[in-house]
Design a protein around this ligand. Structure first.
Ligand SMILES: [Mg+2]
Length: 133
């Protein structure tokens, strides 16, 4: 990672590989790999998803919009989302999954299941589309 990226990391300048490397460096320094078996990472991931969703519990969409306007709340949500991403990357590393390949493979698969002409504006599951296998 270059100095300019350290000063202002963003999605436009940081690769998935750099994120994986950063989180692996963080855990290696703490000797935490021994605790990061896939099951434990999965449990931790679900726990962090719960912490993320706790911010939205019992709030309407409008209340969430207002909630997110408060910089303190937004920062807390950002941190919970970062925990989710952190654990997802560690799980991918442990399972030797290339995140970008998996992401685009799944997006291609979803595009076949949810063709625009059948799915646009609908929240239906793909199995409800008659002409999709
Ligand atoms: Mg958390």
């Amino acid at each position: 990672m270059t100095n300019s990226q350290k000063c202002a990391p963003s999605d436009h300048t940081t690769t998935v590989a750099q994120l994986k490397e950063a989180v692996d460096k963080f855990r290696t320094a703490r000797d935490w790999k021994q605790f990061h078996k896939p099951k434990d990472l999965g449990v931790a991931l679900v726990t962090e998803v719960g912490e993320l969703l706790e911010h939205f519990r019992y709030k309407t969409d409008n209340e969430i919009t207002t909630y997110m306007c408060d910089p303190k709340n937004k920062r807390e949500v950002e941190h919970e989302l970062a925990d989710v991403i952190n654990l997802s990357l560690l799980l991918a590393t442990e399972l030797d999954i290339d995140v970008s390949k998996a992401f685009f493979d799944k997006l291609d698969e979803s595009a076949k299941k949810y063709p625009v002409h059948l799915a646009k504006g609908k929240a239906s599951k793909y199995t409800e589309f008659k002409d999709v296998v």
